[in-house]
Design a protein. Structure first.
Lengths: 385, 385
């Protein structure tokens, strides 16, 4: 790509128009990068913001292939896209980041775990099982012990397709389909590290953030940036993330979810080769947002400074359990009175229990104050119908 | 507006789709506020970003009136709109902020100066003249002395319509049309203060920023946030801005450009009842951006915290003199290597000398470092064709 055309006439195709696609379009609009979004829903969060919306299903080969001619480079905001479609685009001279090969290593959780094993990257012990019956068989043989985590190899999404099994009676409700069964790690902390690499193999890494989970929803409850951990663990986590992106040979951004176990060892949970929920806080908290960083990586621009400008706490705004219908944001105005509260409403018309409707990043030099504000907001703000 | 509909089904009409409209749409997209932009140019900066673009001329009554039915509240990003159109919208139950009456007090520079005089607000001495000949007449009578500043009462824009007259020979080139002739103030510093008021009469004010001018282009060269001034002058400047917005009875945001004269007195230069060039730095520099603040004021939401998170220097990216045609951003990649450099490219296809093509906000706790970076960028980055 020549200097002349650098900031004009560059069309970025984005497979998926959810909030991640939306925020990528927001970052792209700062630089006049034309964005073309493919999504089945005309009123998806990114549709009115992108330069061009194309109705189509990113899981379907023909629809992904149809992006050829509309974009100069293509990326994803969700793993569940047609990798055959990505291959086709590459044959037409349109680079996709991630590539089909890298995405295939990641989107199937079995392949992903094997990749770590084959590359000596630390992760929990696991077995790949083809069915619930096979799991029960291996349990009776003693090859699998409770407690364990069962994760569907394919199509897991936003906490679905993950089942933590602690008691025998749960064995009647195992998820059906090929899955990985992982030993249940005694987790001290859950971290996420976001790292980027551009085509010049320049790599820059954001500081680890700490995720506190809502186990009902299997989604992040709070996220604290930076993670409250020793410098040595923080450095090791960054180093691990850098190692992973290099081993994958990925250009673009990679979110690496890790555990610190009771022995202070780092274990990779899973990765996502796209902007990530744990990176929303970078928008207000860091010198460069994950979205801008992803753009820099995609277009082989110098990577931006990932330093934290200001500590923050991020909350997901989830649909209130028990409500489904046109979303109403109860208590939002109260929350807007609080200093340092940055609200993101994704623009999904319908709320459902635990649906990601938005997020709030509370920026405060005093993390305890930020956590207090977060508590207040959690009590006050309800997305109902 | 009921709580139920607060963040859904609210349509904001924006008259004008330039960069100010674009950045307002960017802020609106964080909260899922539907934006409807009226502009003559289909490829104006805001057009691909807004929810709906309507081709039309905001100076023309019929086109402004035609917004009725498309928006629930209407604002402007430029003063030169049809105020009769604003009146018509109000008659249809669509509030405009600013109102037609307030805008009329401001858009005509003669009316604006008289407003300050009538309200005992400090501003430089002035006379309203109907023509160049009248000015010459008053000079010969001794009522006007050189040097002075001549400003057209109407249609001045981005530094045009302003003529600083220091020598007699310039009197042959006076601007034609009704104008104000102001005594030329010996300026120590030029400040801008941005203040907001919502419909509950809540007022919040950003810290003064300091503007350093490019006198060739009659546009801002650098802008330093916060201004390097004594606390007492800073407080007085904020107090003055608050006083002005209250006297106008304006809901929305108001940018107040002021001078500090050689006696450390504050004098109002002019105001703009809309987001302003001097407020771009608020995006990265302050807790709340001017764009978000304007939205809060428009929708009667609690105003946001205007505190500076981090000092900054803002540069306008102006079209290089001598070039006109499809814009090329020479040296931009070099600038992207520097930490703390936040680049905004507005997306105007054609560059012209001194055309506002974008801006860069350099965030750095050390203002001298930021100024060094700004110098580097000024040398490196050229918008040519």
């Amino acid at each position: 790509m020549t200097e002349k055309n650098r900031f004009l006439n560059l069309r970025l195709g984005i497979l998926g128009g959810g909030q991640l696609g939306k925020m990528l379009c927001q970052a792209a609009s700062n630089w006049d990068i034309e964005t073309v979004v493919l999504d089945p829903l005309e009123d998806c969060p990114a549709s009115s913001l992108c330069s061009k919306y194309i109705k189509g299903n990113f899981r379907v080969f023909e629809d992904v292939a149809g992006i050829a001619g509309e974009a100069d480079i293509v990326t994803i905001e969700i793993e569940h896209v047609s990798t055959e479609g990505l291959r086709y685009l590459r044959e037409q001279g349109i680079e996709t980041r991630p590539s089909a090969e890298i995405l295939e290593k990641i989107k199937d959780k079995g392949h992903q775990k094997n990749f770590y094993k084959d590359n000596n990257l630390p992760t929990s012990e696991f077995i790949i099982c083809s069915s619930g019956d096979e799991i029960k068989e291996l349990i009776s043989k003693g090859d699998i012990k409770l407690p364990f985590v069962q994760k569907l190899c394919r199509d897991g999404y936003d906490g679905r397709g993950v089942y933590i099994v602690r008691e025998n009676k749960q064995l009647d409700n195992l998820l059906e389909g090929e899955s990985i069964v992982e030993e249940l790690v005694e987790i001290k902390k859950e971290l996420s590290v976001i790292v980027a690499q551009n085509g010049f193999n320049e790599v820059r890494c954001f500081k680890p953030v700490e995720m506190v989970f809502n186990y009902d929803a299997n989604l992040v409850d709070y996220l604290v940036s930076p993670a409250v951990i020793d410098q040595s663990i923080s450095d090791a986590a960054e180093e691990l993330a850098v190692n992973i992106i290099k081993k994958f040979g990925l250009y673009g951004i990679l979110a690496v979810e890790m555990f610190i176990d009771k022995n202070d060892n780092l274990l990779i949970n899973e990765v996502a080769p796209r902007p990530h929920n744990s990176g929303h806080q970078t928008i207000e908290s860091c010198d460069t947002s994950q979205y801008e960083q992803h753009l820099r990586a995609l277009f082989d621009l110098p990577l931006g400074n990932p330093e934290i400008k200001s500590p923050s706490v991020m909350l997901n705004i989830l649909g209130e359990p028990g409500y489904e219908g046109e979303a109403v944001y109860q208590g939002l105005e109260e929350c807007m009175k609080i200093d340092g509260v940055n609200i993101h409403i994704y623009g999904k018309k319908i709320t459902k229990p635990f649906r990601k409707m938005g997020h709030i990043t509370i920026v405060d030099n005093n993390i305890d104050k930020a956590l207090e504000k977060a508590e207040f907001i959690k009590e006050k703000l309800k997305v109902v119908a």
